[in-house]
Design a protein around this ligand. Structure first.
Ligand code: GTP
Ligand code: MG
Length: 260
């Protein structure tokens, strides 16, 4: 991937999230401009597709801009593997975007399976990876030593599979993720205190390094990420199924088009 020059020159969106969320199905549908569900397999590597929106950002994902001869803004969408052992590369990519103020990374789509979130451990699994991503973005903004602030990288929590009747609604997903992220933050700070490192040994610049959001606040909410110039939106949708079975993916597409 790092050898791809196109990846470096065009603006890009990274799609991340737990396994089975529908990331590959989503990116395949956008690439083919076809609502027919694609057969997907557990991803082991990144998969990059080139997409386009028209100049004023109003085109639909299903519009064929080449055929219509419209002037298009091109961008890349990067599908990443959700498996826990394969997340390192995705997080490293966010970290490397942190060393440069000018990054082509314009947005992150964090996709979750809204029905799996209703199951035991579903929220915890979705929140732990999201914590890593938000923390990487937060560090990126607070590490900036140059006078020029790094460009903001907003996050869309795409609550997928809204077509399933067991899917949790987006508003509930938002509050449950916030609560779980808050729990992770608390347990991490306790881990630091009980690790035997005395308070004096901790570098003051690093001691709140793993604390997500407003330092010392009792509970976490996504609005706290604004302090680090990171906007988080939670929007429901579905990749599979016709538009009658759920909200579809138009709202996600609009959100993405808006960031390009
Ligand atoms: P990893 O590659 O393991 O990280 O998973 P992934 O996020 O790429 O998931 P993938 O796209 O392979 O989708 C997993 C399964 O979810 C597939 O069987 C998809 O058909 C299904 N799926 C994706 N989107 C939807 C949706 O909106 N509704 C329903 N009902 N199923 C969906
Ligand atoms: Mg996949």
């Amino acid at each position: 991937l790092s050898g791809s020059t196109a990846y470096i020159t065009l603006p890009s969106v990274v799609v991340a999230g737990p396994p089975g969320a529908g990331k590959t199905a989503f990116i395949t549908r956008l690439e083919r401009r076809d609502p027919k569900p694609a057969t997907t397999y557990t991803s082991q590597t990144n998969n990059v597709v080139e997409l386009a929106i028209n100049e004023d950002g109003t085109s639909k994902y299903s519009d064929d801009l080449d055929a219509s001869g419209a002037v298009a803004k091109k961008f890349l969408m990067v599908d990443t593997p959700g498996h826990g052992k394969l997340r390192g590369a995705t997080l490293a990519r966010l970290a490397s975007a942190s060393s440069t103020a000018e990054t082509k990374l314009r947005a992150i789509v964090y996709m979750v399976d809204s029905a799996a979130l209703a199951e035991d451990g579903g929220i915890a699994a979705a929140a732990s990876y999201l914590y890593e991503i938000l923390l990487a973005l937060q560090k990126r903004m607070s590490a900036g030593k140059s006078s020029k602030a790094p460009s903001a990288i907003p996050v869309l929590v795409a609550a997928n599979k809204a077509d399933l009747f067991t899917a949790l609604p987006a508003a509930l997903i938002k509050t449950q993720l916030e609560a779980e992220l808050g729990r992770i933050r608390t347990s991490r700070s306790k881990g630091l205190l009980s690790s035997g490192v005395g308070a004096d040994d901790v570098d003051s610049a690093n001691e709140n390094d793993d604390w997500l959001g407003e330092y010392g606040s009792k509970s976490f909410n996504f609005a706290q990420m604004r302090e680090f110039d990171t906007e988080v939106a939670v929007i429901a949708g579905n990749v599979v199924g016709d538009d009658a079975s759920g909200p579809g993916l138009d709202k996600w597409w609009r959100w993405i088009a808006d960031k390009m």
